[in-house]
Design a protein around this ligand. Structure first.
Ligand code: LLP
Length: 419
């Protein structure tokens, strides 16, 4: 459920007309609904009932400081993959003791920084990382809490770019090797084994792969416990999917129920790392039609947002609903919605039936809250969009639109020798 709804035919975010935001802030602009973010987090968190759990929101999905602050106030922990994300979490008032640090490429500097603030857990993804973390912790006289990210080799049945738990994936350690690596971890100075971690992929729309991974993880937990390790938490990663078009992913309640059912009476804290399910349908990208064109073969709606602003259609062939903010009463036309970037991959929809759109009309791309702004670039020297957070009848610009000065910040014109 989200709070982007029509009133008298016109699209609103909570109590604010999107047209008002377009007029006052301009386009393209990402718009997030605070009520929707709150609802998604609360529903996900409540799904675990009384069992000991920590919901570590995956910062990478949508990392605006105001969004992180809202989630921190609701009691969220955070899943980070870089020092940059750690700094955002701290700046937004997140609690370090609820932060888990994932990723195959943590640098020693990043390890140092995370150790110095005292995070909940390092999700270690290789034997080499285990040794480095041990060295860094020992140098600092600290103890690093660790889980190994194990790769259960299950097919999450999602887009290949976002499937992460297959044997050939760069992520995690093979689950068969996990017991030996846990023994190493326990023997290394500066490390404390606290959990087991896994993340099989994103936009999961079925429970079966989650349950297949759970079965392997629990088998491992039981073996590690028998080996004398004290496994306190099981981190099952993120990945729960959302509806973009006609997908029917499990609800958070069904997902939690299945996981808790598999868990049985094991006394384990459950850690989760949801990103998309919290942020995805809590955001839209608002854009304006610059002009339309007809090349005889196809009709194009050229909008002022491009693949640099929202890359999911170009990168994954992802389907996002596009809607006119005010719908014209005439019958739909079959169009391609394209951006201004000089690439044929710069499209948001192909051969989509939309109500007639003319220059100046406003459109939104739905389900753009997750992996939207965070994946935006300045390609074609296009300043990145503004971000707005709506809360009831008010809205705030929570990141101003980039300017030309922002585009060239840090660049220097050097003297080059004359030819
Ligand atoms: N935990 C780890 C270790 C992850 O790698 C990810 C996502 C998550 C949690 C959060 O997954 P979520 O709940 O959001 O599915 N850019 C792609 C998605 C990449 C996901 C990367 N990892 C997209 O736009 O579909």
């Amino acid at each position: 459920m989200n709070h982007f709804e029509r009133r008298d035919g016109e699209l609103f975010a909570e109590g604010v007309a999107l047209r008002t935001i377009a007029d006052e802030v301009g386009t393209p602009t990402y718009i997030y609904s605070a009520a929707t973010l709150t609802r998604h987090f609360t529903v996900f968190d409540a799904a675990w009932g009384d069992i000991d759990h920590t919901v570590c929101y995956a910062v990478k999905a949508l990392s605006n400081l105001s969004v992180l602050a809202l989630l921190a106030r609701l009691g969220a922990g955070f899943d980070i993959v870089s020092s940059g994300e750690l700094r955002r979490v701290l700046a937004a008032g997140g609690v370090p003791s609820k932060v888990v640090f994932s990723g195959v490429g943590k640098t020693r500097d990043e390890m140092r920084e995370a150790l110095s603030v005292g995070i909940k857990c390092f999700n270690v993804e290789s034997e080499a990382e285990l040794h480095e973390l041990s060295e860094v912790a020992t140098e600092l006289g600290a103890v690093a809490p660790v889980s190994l990210r194990v790769n259960p080799d299950v097919d999450p049945k999602t887009h290949p770019y976002i499937a992460t738990g297959l044997r050939e994936s760069k992520f995690g350690v093979p689950w068969q090797r996990a017991p030996a690596l846990y023994a190493k971890a326990a023997a290394l100075p500066g490390l404390k084994v606290v959990g087991v971690d896994c993340h099989i992929g994103s936009q999961l729309s079925e429970l079966a792969p989650v349950l297949a991974a759970m079965a392997k993880l629990l088998e491992l937990v039981d073996q590690l416990t028998a080996d004398g390790h004290r496994i306190q938490h099981l981190d099952i990663g993120g990945g729960l999917g959302i509806t973009y078009q006609d997908e029917t992913p499990p609800t958070p309640a069904a997902y939690a129920k299945a996981v808790m059912g598999a868990l049985g009476d094991r006394q384990l804290e459950i850690v989760t790392e949801p990103g998309r399910v919290i942020a995805g349908n809590a955001g839209v990208l608002l854009m304006r039609c610059i002009r339309t064109k007809d090349n005889g073969e196809r009709e194009f709606v050229v909008v002022d947002a491009g693949m640099n602003d929202a890359i999911r259609p170009a990168l994954y062939g992802a389907w996002h609903t596009l809607e006119a903010v005010v719908v014209a009463p005439e019958p739909p036309r079959r169009v391609d919605v394209v951006g201004p970037v000089c690439e044929s991959g710069d499209f948001f929809a192909k051969q989509r039936d939309l109500p007639p759109i003319v220059a100046g009309d406003l459109l939104v791309m739905r389900s753009a809250g997750a992996y939207g702004f965070v994946m935006a670039s300045q390609y074609n020297s296009r300043p990145r969009p503004a971000e707005v957070l709506v809360n009831g009848d008010r809205y705030d610009v929570v990141r101003r639109r980039e300017s030309y000065e922002d585009l060239v910040r840090g660049e220097i014109i050097v003297e080059t020798p004359e030819a």
